[in-house]
Design a protein around this ligand. Structure first.
Ligand SMILES: [Ca+2]
Ligand SMILES: [Ca+2]
Length: 281
Protein backbone atom coordinates (compact mmCIF):
# COMPACT_ATOMS: atom_id res chain seq x y z
CA UNK A 1 0.00 0.00 0.00
CA UNK A 2 1.20 3.51 -0.78
CA UNK A 3 2.65 4.88 2.48
CA UNK A 4 0.54 8.07 2.28
CA UNK A 5 -2.64 6.02 2.00
CA UNK A 6 -1.44 3.81 4.85
CA UNK A 7 -0.87 6.91 7.03
CA UNK A 8 -4.36 8.16 6.17
CA UNK A 9 -5.87 4.84 7.27
CA UNK A 10 -3.93 5.03 10.55
CA UNK A 11 -5.27 8.55 11.18
CA UNK A 12 -8.83 7.41 10.37
CA UNK A 13 -8.44 4.44 12.73
CA UNK A 14 -7.45 6.70 15.65
CA UNK A 15 -10.13 9.28 14.81
CA UNK A 16 -12.77 6.52 14.84
CA UNK A 17 -11.57 5.07 18.15
CA UNK A 18 -11.54 8.40 20.00
CA UNK A 19 -15.33 8.09 20.17
CA UNK A 20 -15.36 4.43 21.23
CA UNK A 21 -15.58 3.73 24.96
CA UNK A 22 -12.65 1.74 26.31
CA UNK A 23 -12.54 -0.45 29.42
CA UNK A 24 -9.61 -1.89 31.36
CA UNK A 25 -10.06 -4.97 33.59
CA UNK A 26 -8.99 -4.20 37.19
CA UNK A 27 -10.04 -7.35 39.10
CA UNK A 28 -12.64 -10.07 39.57
CA UNK A 29 -14.61 -10.98 42.73
CA UNK A 30 -16.25 -14.37 43.41
CA UNK A 31 -19.91 -14.11 44.43
CA UNK A 32 -22.78 -16.47 45.23
CA UNK A 33 -25.63 -15.43 42.91
CA UNK A 34 -25.81 -16.22 39.19
CA UNK A 35 -28.05 -13.43 37.81
CA UNK A 36 -27.29 -9.79 38.39
CA UNK A 37 -25.46 -6.97 40.11
CA UNK A 38 -26.13 -3.50 41.51
CA UNK A 39 -23.95 -1.04 43.40
CA UNK A 40 -24.18 1.92 45.78
CA UNK A 41 -21.35 4.02 47.23
CA UNK A 42 -20.27 1.26 49.66
CA UNK A 43 -21.67 -2.12 48.59
CA UNK A 44 -22.26 -4.55 45.74
CA UNK A 45 -25.64 -6.30 45.56
CA UNK A 46 -25.89 -9.63 43.72
CA UNK A 47 -28.99 -11.57 42.70
CA UNK A 48 -29.32 -15.31 42.31
CA UNK A 49 -32.44 -16.81 40.73
CA UNK A 50 -33.96 -17.16 44.23
CA UNK A 51 -31.63 -15.08 46.42
CA UNK A 52 -30.09 -11.68 47.12
CA UNK A 53 -26.62 -10.99 48.55
CA UNK A 54 -24.84 -7.86 49.76
CA UNK A 55 -21.03 -7.57 49.68
CA UNK A 56 -18.44 -4.97 50.60
CA UNK A 57 -16.48 -3.77 47.60
CA UNK A 58 -13.66 -6.08 48.76
CA UNK A 59 -16.03 -9.05 48.36
CA UNK A 60 -17.00 -9.73 52.01
CA UNK A 61 -20.59 -10.98 52.41
CA UNK A 62 -22.54 -8.75 54.85
CA UNK A 63 -26.22 -9.68 54.25
CA UNK A 64 -28.35 -12.17 52.35
CA UNK A 65 -31.99 -13.02 51.65
CA UNK A 66 -32.50 -16.62 50.54
CA UNK A 67 -36.31 -16.46 50.53
CA UNK A 68 -37.01 -13.32 48.47
CA UNK A 69 -40.52 -14.45 47.43
CA UNK A 70 -42.08 -15.07 50.84
CA UNK A 71 -44.80 -12.59 51.90
CA UNK A 72 -46.04 -12.56 48.29
CA UNK A 73 -49.46 -13.88 47.31
CA UNK A 74 -48.34 -14.73 43.78
CA UNK A 75 -46.11 -17.53 42.54
CA UNK A 76 -42.61 -16.29 41.64
CA UNK A 77 -39.41 -18.33 41.21
CA UNK A 78 -36.89 -16.17 39.33
CA UNK A 79 -35.03 -12.90 39.84
CA UNK A 80 -33.02 -11.36 36.98
CA UNK A 81 -30.56 -8.47 36.94
CA UNK A 82 -31.13 -5.85 39.67
CA UNK A 83 -30.51 -2.15 40.29
CA UNK A 84 -29.98 0.16 43.27
CA UNK A 85 -31.86 3.42 43.71
CA UNK A 86 -32.29 5.62 46.80
CA UNK A 87 -31.91 2.95 49.49
CA UNK A 88 -33.82 0.29 47.56
CA UNK A 89 -32.97 -2.70 45.39
CA UNK A 90 -35.17 -3.07 42.31
CA UNK A 91 -35.57 -6.58 40.89
CA UNK A 92 -37.44 -7.98 37.93
CA UNK A 93 -39.23 -11.12 39.17
CA UNK A 94 -41.35 -13.74 37.41
CA UNK A 95 -42.53 -17.34 37.40
CA UNK A 96 -40.26 -19.04 34.86
CA UNK A 97 -41.02 -22.56 33.68
CA UNK A 98 -39.99 -24.60 30.63
CA UNK A 99 -38.76 -21.60 28.61
CA UNK A 100 -41.67 -19.24 29.26
CA UNK A 101 -42.46 -16.67 31.95
CA UNK A 102 -45.55 -15.31 33.68
CA UNK A 103 -46.41 -13.14 36.70
CA UNK A 104 -43.79 -10.49 35.81
CA UNK A 105 -43.32 -8.08 38.73
CA UNK A 106 -41.16 -5.12 39.74
CA UNK A 107 -40.12 -6.11 43.26
CA UNK A 108 -38.47 -3.65 45.66
CA UNK A 109 -36.26 -4.64 48.59
CA UNK A 110 -34.64 -2.59 51.36
CA UNK A 111 -30.95 -2.20 50.52
CA UNK A 112 -29.92 -2.27 54.21
CA UNK A 113 -31.60 -5.57 55.10
CA UNK A 114 -32.48 -7.03 51.65
CA UNK A 115 -36.01 -7.54 53.04
CA UNK A 116 -39.06 -7.25 50.75
CA UNK A 117 -40.81 -3.84 50.73
CA UNK A 118 -43.34 -3.72 47.86
CA UNK A 119 -44.10 -4.81 44.32
CA UNK A 120 -45.78 -3.59 41.14
CA UNK A 121 -47.42 -5.76 38.48
CA UNK A 122 -46.44 -5.64 34.82
CA UNK A 123 -48.93 -4.76 32.08
CA UNK A 124 -49.64 -8.04 30.21
CA UNK A 125 -50.95 -6.08 27.18
CA UNK A 126 -47.45 -4.62 26.71
CA UNK A 127 -46.44 -7.88 25.01
CA UNK A 128 -43.47 -8.39 27.34
CA UNK A 129 -42.65 -12.13 27.46
CA UNK A 130 -40.05 -12.19 30.22
CA UNK A 131 -37.98 -9.96 32.51
CA UNK A 132 -34.24 -10.64 32.46
CA UNK A 133 -33.21 -7.32 33.98
CA UNK A 134 -34.39 -4.02 35.39
CA UNK A 135 -32.86 -0.56 35.83
CA UNK A 136 -33.86 2.75 37.37
CA UNK A 137 -33.55 5.87 35.20
CA UNK A 138 -33.45 8.49 37.97
CA UNK A 139 -33.33 11.48 35.62
CA UNK A 140 -36.49 10.49 33.72
CA UNK A 141 -38.19 8.74 36.71
CA UNK A 142 -38.57 5.54 34.69
CA UNK A 143 -38.02 1.88 35.48
CA UNK A 144 -36.84 0.06 32.34
CA UNK A 145 -37.16 -3.71 31.83
CA UNK A 146 -35.53 -5.98 29.23
CA UNK A 147 -36.80 -9.32 27.88
CA UNK A 148 -34.61 -12.43 27.28
CA UNK A 149 -37.23 -14.26 25.17
CA UNK A 150 -38.25 -11.48 22.75
CA UNK A 151 -35.75 -8.65 22.95
CA UNK A 152 -37.10 -6.22 20.35
CA UNK A 153 -38.52 -3.89 23.03
CA UNK A 154 -37.48 -2.30 26.31
CA UNK A 155 -40.47 -1.69 28.61
CA UNK A 156 -40.97 1.49 30.68
CA UNK A 157 -42.79 1.98 33.98
CA UNK A 158 -43.25 5.08 36.14
CA UNK A 159 -40.72 5.04 38.98
CA UNK A 160 -43.17 6.45 41.55
CA UNK A 161 -46.51 4.81 40.67
CA UNK A 162 -45.40 1.64 38.87
CA UNK A 163 -47.78 2.54 36.01
CA UNK A 164 -46.93 1.20 32.52
CA UNK A 165 -45.68 4.01 30.24
CA UNK A 166 -44.92 2.23 26.95
CA UNK A 167 -42.04 0.51 25.17
CA UNK A 168 -39.03 1.41 23.05
CA UNK A 169 -38.36 -0.59 19.88
CA UNK A 170 -34.64 -1.40 19.54
CA UNK A 171 -32.72 -2.44 16.41
CA UNK A 172 -30.72 -4.50 15.66
CA UNK A 173 -31.91 -6.75 18.51
CA UNK A 174 -29.18 -8.18 20.79
CA UNK A 175 -29.78 -11.94 21.14
CA UNK A 176 -30.47 -13.43 24.63
CA UNK A 177 -30.41 -10.20 26.64
CA UNK A 178 -29.45 -10.58 30.30
CA UNK A 179 -28.67 -7.31 32.02
CA UNK A 180 -29.73 -3.69 31.69
CA UNK A 181 -28.45 -0.45 33.23
CA UNK A 182 -29.11 3.25 32.61
CA UNK A 183 -25.93 5.34 32.86
CA UNK A 184 -25.26 8.85 31.53
CA UNK A 185 -28.40 8.96 29.38
CA UNK A 186 -27.80 5.62 27.70
CA UNK A 187 -29.32 2.20 28.33
CA UNK A 188 -26.61 -0.48 28.39
CA UNK A 189 -27.65 -4.06 27.61
CA UNK A 190 -25.59 -7.23 28.13
CA UNK A 191 -26.38 -10.14 25.78
CA UNK A 192 -25.44 -13.81 26.12
CA UNK A 193 -24.96 -13.89 22.35
CA UNK A 194 -21.60 -15.65 22.33
CA UNK A 195 -21.92 -19.47 22.15
CA UNK A 196 -19.64 -20.91 24.85
CA UNK A 197 -19.69 -24.29 23.05
CA UNK A 198 -17.76 -22.54 20.25
CA UNK A 199 -15.70 -20.42 22.68
CA UNK A 200 -17.38 -17.17 21.56
CA UNK A 201 -17.31 -14.16 23.94
CA UNK A 202 -20.47 -12.28 24.97
CA UNK A 203 -21.20 -8.60 24.28
CA UNK A 204 -22.54 -5.33 25.66
CA UNK A 205 -24.62 -2.85 23.63
CA UNK A 206 -26.14 0.57 24.28
CA UNK A 207 -28.91 2.83 23.04
CA UNK A 208 -29.18 6.60 23.51
CA UNK A 209 -32.24 7.56 25.56
CA UNK A 210 -34.59 9.77 23.55
CA UNK A 211 -38.11 9.67 24.96
CA UNK A 212 -39.49 11.53 21.93
CA UNK A 213 -38.76 8.53 19.70
CA UNK A 214 -40.46 5.12 19.63
CA UNK A 215 -37.29 3.36 18.47
CA UNK A 216 -33.54 3.39 19.11
CA UNK A 217 -30.52 1.93 17.36
CA UNK A 218 -28.28 -0.39 19.37
CA UNK A 219 -24.51 0.08 19.22
CA UNK A 220 -21.98 -2.63 20.09
CA UNK A 221 -19.97 -1.17 23.01
CA UNK A 222 -17.78 -4.05 24.12
CA UNK A 223 -16.89 -7.68 23.39
CA UNK A 224 -15.71 -9.40 26.58
CA UNK A 225 -12.47 -11.07 25.46
CA UNK A 226 -11.10 -10.86 29.04
CA UNK A 227 -13.19 -13.62 30.69
CA UNK A 228 -11.32 -16.64 32.08
CA UNK A 229 -13.61 -19.04 30.17
CA UNK A 230 -16.43 -18.06 27.83
CA UNK A 231 -19.74 -18.85 29.50
CA UNK A 232 -22.83 -16.79 30.34
CA UNK A 233 -22.81 -13.04 30.70
CA UNK A 234 -25.42 -11.81 33.19
CA UNK A 235 -26.20 -8.42 34.76
CA UNK A 236 -24.20 -5.20 34.80
CA UNK A 237 -23.89 -1.92 36.62
CA UNK A 238 -21.73 1.23 36.70
CA UNK A 239 -20.13 2.59 39.89
CA UNK A 240 -20.03 6.40 39.86
CA UNK A 241 -17.76 6.54 42.91
CA UNK A 242 -14.78 5.21 40.93
CA UNK A 243 -15.97 5.24 37.30
CA UNK A 244 -16.06 1.46 36.89
CA UNK A 245 -18.20 -0.98 34.93
CA UNK A 246 -19.14 -4.16 36.81
CA UNK A 247 -20.31 -7.17 34.80
CA UNK A 248 -21.54 -10.46 36.22
CA UNK A 249 -20.46 -13.71 34.50
CA UNK A 250 -20.99 -17.45 35.05
CA UNK A 251 -18.46 -20.02 33.85
CA UNK A 252 -17.91 -23.76 34.05
CA UNK A 253 -21.37 -25.11 33.25
CA UNK A 254 -22.06 -26.50 29.75
CA UNK A 255 -25.39 -25.11 28.59
CA UNK A 256 -26.91 -26.49 25.38
CA UNK A 257 -30.33 -25.26 24.19
CA UNK A 258 -30.79 -23.49 27.52
CA UNK A 259 -30.31 -26.70 29.54
CA UNK A 260 -27.28 -27.36 31.81
CA UNK A 261 -25.63 -30.65 30.74
CA UNK A 262 -22.68 -30.90 33.12
CA UNK A 263 -19.37 -29.04 33.29
CA UNK A 264 -16.44 -28.12 31.10
CA UNK A 265 -13.11 -29.92 31.65
CA UNK A 266 -11.47 -28.77 34.90
CA UNK A 267 -14.76 -27.62 36.51
CA UNK A 268 -16.89 -29.42 39.11
CA UNK A 269 -19.21 -26.48 39.80
CA UNK A 270 -20.36 -23.24 38.24
CA UNK A 271 -18.36 -20.13 39.19
CA UNK A 272 -20.06 -16.71 39.48
CA UNK A 273 -17.88 -13.62 39.28
CA UNK A 274 -18.02 -9.85 39.07
CA UNK A 275 -15.58 -8.43 36.53
CA UNK A 276 -14.64 -4.85 37.40
CA UNK A 277 -13.44 -2.60 34.57
CA UNK A 278 -12.13 0.96 34.72
CA UNK A 279 -14.06 3.11 32.24
CA UNK A 280 -11.45 4.96 30.16
CA UNK A 281 -12.94 8.00 28.48
CA1 LIG B 1 -29.97 -13.75 33.71
CA1 LIG C 1 -22.32 -16.84 26.28
Amino acid sequence: MNKHISFLFTLLFFAFNINAQQFELIKTIDVAGRQGVAVDSNYFYVSGSKSLFKYTKEGELVASNTSPFEQMDIELNHLGDIDYYNGEIFAGAEYFNDGSASNIRIVIYDSKTLKFKKLYSWEPKSGQKEVCGITVDAKNKIVWMADWIYGAYLYKYDLESGKYLGKTHIFPVPEKQQGIKVWKNKVYITADDGDAEDNEPDNMYSIDINLDKTNAQTTLVKTFEEVKLNGEIEGLTFDDTNNTLIVHFNRGTRVVNGMPIGFYSGYTKEIHELYIFKVLE
